[in-house]
Ligand binder design. Structure first.
Ligand code: AMP
Ligand code: ZN
Length: 453
């Protein structure tokens, strides 16, 4: 069955065809590790995970590389301001490399908690300085760079197709910018350390001591690890306008080859009308969610069941809805897993939905159809376990939450009352159990205790 993906480069839904038969190379822009990731960031990584799993479900062998930005991302995307890592290191009193390791570890923990498959490689920008310098030299030789007082810049007017991803038209006006850029769209390839900046992370280069510009690492890392072109480039929708255009410009100007065949972007998570972001202060982390009683899997459910190209509005009530729905699916695994068979007609429909540009809302409809069907439990379990290769809710290892002994005893007592046909007593006990936040469900294979949300 063909897989269709929306390619931001062509602004069209396209049939996916890998560069090499049976193999897919993916590059995803990773986090800037100067603070914790918020759940908006994590929505993007969940979408990327679903795409990867969908490719694997279709039988492709995937090589997935993600960079870790541990230097060079400035507080302003206009090549001004301070290096976010240096600022955070100074503020915390930590060494820059300790700080970035700390936040890289937290990021990996978040991915694990969300059951996101790790990329084949996490590539830190500071480990690819040599490659980044070599790339600037190449661009210099081909005439795409110029120097200012504070660094080496990419001359976007020299690159014919600049901005094609976001349909950016370059203005001719020279901008008055303290960096001395010729055009507002030009961007730093190498920034020089300032005399009294006291940077912790800086390197010698043919242009003086300094550090690479933010966009450069992705071009250098993706080429080194995946070659050029590679198949799919991923990121959040904010990368369309600047970051990915700049990556394309650098890589294509240096080699005259395309950077990647497909660019796929995930939409933002919003709160009301605003993008969830650190600067707006409207963000939550996974740890915050757990404090509110929501497991990472509940957040994964919320993210997975929305379409990746639609904005997802975060709210507590949406999380409660996600929790209830997830629990309903997990309930199918409360009873012991039995040997069943994958139901072909459901699998066919599920595959059709996910292969249609990851139409997960549609895939979830099929799952609910399955859940409510008369098929036997063993077959439902087997089918859902198969779909979970894509969804990643972890049904295979699902363990029912521990039920307090007191509740278990009350439920046993109620069961005895029912066996003795003492309906009055059994109703009274059900009421007591509910007051304590649990309910008892009677099924054909015995009773189930579940928490009330
Ligand atoms: P950063 O650590 O800021 O470089 O961002 C990491 C990733 O999160 C990028 O791919 C961004 O596009 C993405 N991102 C940032 N904010 C949001 C949001 N509110 N919703 C979804 N993705 C986001
Ligand atoms: Zn990038």
């Amino acid at each position: 069955m063909v897989l269709k993906l929306y390619n931001s480069l062509t602004r069209k839904l396209e049939v996916f065809k890998p560069l090499k038969k049976g193999k897919v190379s993916i590059y995803a822009c990773g986090p800037t590790v100067y603070q914790e990731a918020h759940i908006g960031n994590l929505r993007t990584y969940i979408f990327e995970d679903i795409l990867r799993r969908t490719l694997e479900y279709n039988g492709y062998k995937v090589k997935h590389v993600m960079n870790i930005t541990d230097v060079g991302h400035l507080t302003s995307d206009e090549d001004e301001g301070m290096d976010k890592v240096e600022v955070a290191a100074k503020k915390s009193g930590l060494k820059a490399n300790k700080l970035t390791k700390h936040y890289t570890d937290l990021f990996k923990r978040d991915l694990k908690d969300l059951n996101i498959e790790f990329p084949a490689k996490f590539a830190s920008a500071t480990k690819y300085i040599k490659e980044q310098i070599a790339l600037i030299k190449k661009l210099e030789r081909r005439g795409y760079t110029y120097a200012t007082n504070d660094g080496i810049y990419f001359d976007t007017q020299k690159f014919k197709n600049y901005g094609r991803l976001a349909k950016i038209k370059l203005g001719k006006a020279r901008v008055c910018h303290s960096s001395g850029k010729k055009n507002i769209a030009d961007f730093a390839l190498w920034k020089l350390s300032l005399p009294n900046e006291n940077r912790q992370q800086e390197w010698a280069s043919p242009w003086g001591r300094g550090y690479p510009g933010w966009h450069l690492e992705c071009s250098a890392i993706s080429t080194k690890e995946l070659g050029q072109p590679f198949d799919i480039h991923l990121g959040g929708e904010d990368h369309i306008a600047i970051h990915h255009n700049n990556e394309i410009a650098q890589s294509e100007a240096a080699t005259s080859k395309p950077l990647a065949k497909y660019f796929v972007h995930g939409a933002f998570m919003i709160v009301g009308k605003d993008k969830m972001s650190k600067s707006k202060g409207n963000f939550l982390t996974l740890v915050d969610l757990e404090k509110q009683g929501f497991s990472p899997t509940v957040f994964r459910y919320l993210a997975v069941t929305s379409h990746y190209r639609s904005k997802l509005n975060f709210s507590r009530s949406a999380m409660i809805g996600a929790q209830n729905s997830l629990y309903k699916l997990q309930e199918m695994f409360l009873a012991k897993k039995q040997k069943g068979k994958i139901l072909k007609n459901y699998k066919q429909k599920f595959l059709f939905a996910i292969n249609d540009n990851l139409n997960l809302p549609s895939a979830m409809k099929i799952i609910w159809e399955l859940e409510g069907s008369k098929s036997n439990l063993a077959d439902k379990q087997a089918t859902l376990l198969d779909f979970d290769k894509v969804l990643g809710f972890g049904f295979k290892n699902y363990k029912a939450p521990a039920i307090p002994t007191k509740i278990k005893k009350l439920a046993e007592e109620r069961e005895r009352a029912r066996t003795n046909k003492d309906w009055k007593k059994s109703d009274k006990l059900r009421g007591e159990i509910e007051k304590l936040g649990y309910e008892v469900l009677d099924t054909s294979s015995g009773y189930i205790i579940k928490p009330l949300f």
